[in-house]
Design a protein around this ligand. Structure first.
Ligand SMILES: N[C@@H](CCC(=O)N[C@@H](CS)C(=O)NCC(=O)O)C(=O)O
Length: 212
C-alpha cells in the first residue's frame, strides 16, 4: 500500500508542518528519524535526500522531494482528503504570502530570535545573545501585525477553512508561545489570539507535540 515517508525529527517546526498536513489530509505515513542537530550533523547518506542537510525530506514511492512548501503543496494535491489550498487565485496568493512571511520573518524572529534566545538556550545552560534577542523583540510586533492585518480576524488565517498557511505558522507560534513575552505580544491582536486558541487544540497539533 502507498505509504509516504517523511525524514526528520519531531522537534523541527518544518517537519511538524509537513506532519500536520499529512495528518489533516488523513495520509498514512512513516516518520523516519533524522537528527540534524546531532554531533557531526546528519548522516552523510541523508545529503543525498537533502543536499543542504535540513529537515524534512519526503518520499512518495519513487518521487523524492525536499523543501517544506513543496512537500505540503504536493501532499495537498496528490492525495485525497480535504483541500488545504483556497480555490480562488487571490486567497491562494494571500496564503502563499503568509507562508513567505512565516519563512522569511516569523521563523527567524519568533523562533530563533525569541524562543531560542529566551527559553531554549537558558534551559540548556547556554548564554543568550542579548543583541539578537533585542533585535527580534523589536521586529516581533511587525511580524504579528502583518499576520493580524492579513488574516482580518477570520477563523483561520485565510478565511473560513484551515489552509496551508495555518499549518506552516502553527508550529512556529507554538515555540514562540513558550517565551515569557509571547502572551503580551500576541494579546495585542485578539483575532490572532483566538486563532491560536483554535489551532493549538486541533487533533493534528496535539498528535505532533515535540518530544525532544
Ligand atoms: N527551507 C527549508 C527549511 C527547513 C529547516 O530550516 N529546517 C531546520 C529544522 S526546523 C533545519 O533542518 N535546521 C538545520 C540547520 O539549520 O542546520 C524547508 O522549508 O524545508
Amino acid at each position: 500500500m502507498r505509504k509516504p515517508r517523511l525524514f526528520g525529527a519531531d522537534y523541527s517546526v518544518y517537519v511538524r508542518t509537513a506532519r500536520l498536513v499529512l495528518l489533516e489530509k488523513g495520509v498514512d505515513h512513516e516518520l523516519v528519524p533524522v537528527d540534524v542537530f546531532a554531533t557531526g550533523g546528519p548522516p552523510m547518506s541523508y545529503l543525498e535526500r537533502h543536499p543542504f542537510g535540513r529537515i524534512p525530506a519526503f518520499e512518495d514511492g519513487d518521487f523524492k522531494l525536499y523543501e517544506t512548501g513543496a512537500i505540503t503543496r504536493y501532499v495537498d494535491e496528490a492525495f485525497n482528503g480535504p483541500a488545504l489550498q483556497p480555490p480562488t487565485a487571490r486567497i491562494r496568493a494571500r496564503m502563499n504570502q503568509m507562508i513567505g512571511i512565516a519563512d522569511s520573518y516569523v521563523y527567524p524572529t519568533l523562533v530563533w530570535g525569541i524562543y531560542v534566545e529566551q527559553v531554549s538556550k537558558p534551559a540548556s545552560g547556554r548564554d543568550t545573545d542579548a543583541a539578537r534577542l533585542d533585535a527580534a523583540l523589536e521586529r516581533a510586533p511587525t511580524c504579528l501585525k502583518a499576520l493580524a492585518d492579513l488574516s482580518q480576524n477570520s477563523a483561520w488565517l485565510c478565511g473560513d477553512g484551515i489552509s496551508l498557511a495555518d499549518l506552516h505558522l502553527a508550529p512556529m507560534i507554538d515555540y514562540f508561545m513558550k517565551s515569557p513575552v509571547a502572551n503580551d505580544l500576541l494579546g495585542k491582536h485578539s483575532g490572532l489570539m483566538s486563532w491560536w486558541e483554535r489551532v493549538s487544540v486541533r487533533p493534528s497539533m496535539l498528535k505532533t507535540i515535540p518530544t525532544s
